[in-house]
Write a protein that binds this ligand. Structure first.
Ligand SMILES: Nc1nc2c(ncn2[C@@H]2O[C@H](COP(=O)(O)OP(=O)(O)OP(=O)(O)O)[C@@H](O)[C@H]2O)c(=O)[nH]1
Ligand SMILES: [Mg+2]
Length: 262
């Protein structure tokens, strides 16, 4: 059953979105459908989010709390998404929370049995924020399929911590909490490996990013927004208007996009 814009009303989504900051840290759980986000959410919070072996179970974000090392963490279980270039309302919920919910840490849960496909989202998230932890879930399944992953090498390549887990039997979740806490408190500062595009795209993006910087005022990564504008991502413009009150579809910006593309 699809969740449509009409059925939910965008306003409701937006009101649901930005949790009141009541102290503690805000942690987003993002990832492809079926990667095990809700399973991790349930173990960490003791709540019972719907889980099951088909994609798209979680349609709206769910929130729960856990405490660790004396800190309170609000965990947000997001709908599964393959990409930040939202193609459905569920993906838009996830994208908007990652971009506008200002999480202190974004955990990207990936399926260790199909790492390559899952890394697409990891790379997109690390383009928007540095406070990223990769949770390499379904390690039990990977072992069963004789898939061997060099975790330190992966972490080194990505520039963010990678924590192997098998959430269904609780494996690795204590370490996951330690790493979330370390990134949230600033004890660990990931430095994601930048993705460098063709020279023309880089030149256009940095030119545009300079124009966007004063409008976005650090609330969103200007380079990433510039790349999305060059790509013509209309739903992101909607989100920026809604959550930041900045209209990037105004003629002045359109003209700049045209100019850098010329
Ligand atoms: N073997 C194994 N199964 C797991 C593991 N983690 C989750 N699962 C199972 O994988 C299926 C999907 O888990 P969910 O937690 O619902 O996945 P999700 O990421 O929340 O999925 P969406 O909400 O659809 O995006 C469920 O049947 C879980 O029991 C794990 O580490 N190992
Ligand atoms: Mg789920």
């Amino acid at each position: 059953m699809g969740l449509t814009n009409q059925a939910t009303g965008f306003r409701t989504l937006r009101e649901n979105f930005l949790p009141a900051r009541t102290g503690g840290y805000l942690v987003a759980l993002a990832g492809n459908p079926n990667a095990g986000k809700s399973t991790i959410f349930n173990v960490l919070t003791g709540l019972r989010q719907h889980t099951g072996n088909w994609p798209g179970k979680t349609v709206l974000q769910a929130r729960g709390k856990f405490t660790h090392q004396g800190h309170i963490f609000t965990l947000v279980d997001l709908p599964g998404t393959y990409s930040l270039l939202a193609n459905s309302v569920e993906e838009q919920v996830a994208r908007d929370f990652i971009c506008f919910g200002r999480p202190d840490v974004t955990v990207v849960v990936v399926d260790a049995t199909c790492l390559e496909r899952n890394l697409n989202l990891v790379l997109q998230v690390t383009e928007t924020t540095t406070a990223v932890v990769v949770c390499l879930n379904l390690m039990d399944e990977a072992r069963r399929k004789n898939i061997v992953i060099d975790v330190p090498l992966l972490a080194g390549e990505l520039g963010v911590p990678v924590v192997p887990t098998a959430a269904r039997n609780g494996e690795g979740l204590a370490r996951l909490k330690d790493v979330i806490a370390a990134v949230a408190t600033g004890a660990m500062r990931p430095v994601p490996t930048p993705i460098i595009y063709d020279k023309d795209i880089e030149t256009a993006a940095s030119q545009l990013a300079r124009q966007l910087q004063p409008l976005l005022r650090g609330r969103l990564n200007a380079r990433w927004v510039a790349l999305r504008l060059l790509e013509g991502d209309a739903t992101l413009l909607q989100g920026i208007q809604q959550f930041l009150g900045v209209d990037l579809s105004e003629p002045g910006i359109k003209l700049q996009v045209k100019e850098v593309l010329a």
